[in-house]
Design a protein around this ligand. Structure first.
Ligand SMILES: [Ca+2]
Length: 312
């Protein structure tokens, strides 16, 4: 039974990200399947919005075929959430509206509620994505997990529909891919949003995966799974976790349907990479990176943030 392999979250709320001037933690190998967080909470940044001026920029990249071609694109002025939408913010929405997320409904093909959960492979379960009955935003890794003590973590196990419903309630909308990419890049022309080196001074700049994905997670960035929002340095626009932590939904269609699935639901672009992006497997911790995601599929590595239109 799948539920049997779900491991409770360990130590969340007590542990989290590295503070300045504190000794470096010893890199630690994490047991297969564990989603332990290694270090203490960071101070959460304000949950406000950042104004982005209208601009023209070079969109796209050439590391993966789907990123190209690089082309000049313009965006109008907008504002964007400083952080990913948190569990606390999503809880306010659910409290106010009694909204029921897609993961809490019977899922197509499974006939039970739940969502996709990443687990490090084992001999018994070689796949690293498993559908877990009972996984939802309150139980991101399955029914035995919870978000207790994780108010400042990004909400996950939310489908595109759920993210859009939140944005509608908030009087906001989901960013287009162009808006998202410009906001993430923040004018940078370097290999990474923060510069040409991935780890300047040996410091990880975003919550990604260190080690040999998917078998070994050395957690040199302080986290084996999600991190509370705002634990890593902001970009030049003051935005946190645009790169890494959790992928983020956009309002941009990747393709109209799911090839091979008759009447398949639309597939949208997600951006920014997640705690699962690794040097050896998926170098999508860059603003130009993009990935397709079925709009109805909730997982524990995709969240979102919202934007609004402004005059200037
Ligand atoms: Ca992110």
């Amino acid at each position: 039974m799948l539920r049997g392999v779900v491991i409770s979250l360990l130590g969340f709320g007590l542990l989290a990200c590295q503070k300045k001037n504190e000794p470096e933690p010893e890199p630690k190998l994490v047991e297969v399947g564990s989603v332990e967080t290694l270090l203490g909470f960071c101070d959460p940044p304000p949950s406000d919005r950042v104004k982005i001026k209208a601009a023209t920029f070079q969109m796209g990249g050439d590391l993966y075929p789907e990123e190209g071609p690089v082309r000049e694109v313009s965006v109008r002025a907008f504002d964007i959430d400083r952080t990913e939408v948190t569990n606390a913010q999503f809880a306010d929405f659910v409290e106010a509206t009694s909204y029921v997320t897609d993961a809490e409904k019977a899922q197509p093909g499974f006939d039970v509620d739940g969502g996709a959960v990443f687990m490090q492979p084992t001999e018994e379960f070689p796949s690293w994505w498993r559908f877990i009955e009972g996984a939802d935003w309150r139980h991101p890794e399955g029914p035995d997990s919870s978000i207790e003590g994780k108010a400042q973590y990004p909400v996950v196990q939310v489908s595109y529909n759920d993210a859009k419903a939140y944005a509608d309630w908030a009087g906001r909308r989901l960013p287009t891919e162009v808006e998202w990419e410009y906001a993430a890049g923040a004018g940078a022309t370097t290999n990474f949003v923060w510069g040409d080196e991935k780890t300047p001074g040996g410091k990880e700049q975003a919550n990604t995966w260190q080690g040999n994905f998917p078998l070994e997670n050395t957690a040199e960035d302080g986290h084996t799974g999600q991190a509370p929002v705002g634990c890593y340095p902001p970009n030049n626009f003051g935005l946190y976790d645009m790169i890494g932590n959790v992928w983020e939904w956009t309002d941009t269609v990747f393709q109209a349907g799911n090839p091979g699935v008759e009447g398949g639901e639309p597939i949208h672009v997600i951006k920014g990479g997640s705690f699962l992006c690794a040097d050896n497997y998926c170098r999508r911790y860059r603003s130009a990176a993009r990935q397709p995601q079925e709009v109805g599929l909730p997982t524990n590595h995709v969240g979102f943030r919202t934007v609004g239109d402004i005059d200037e």
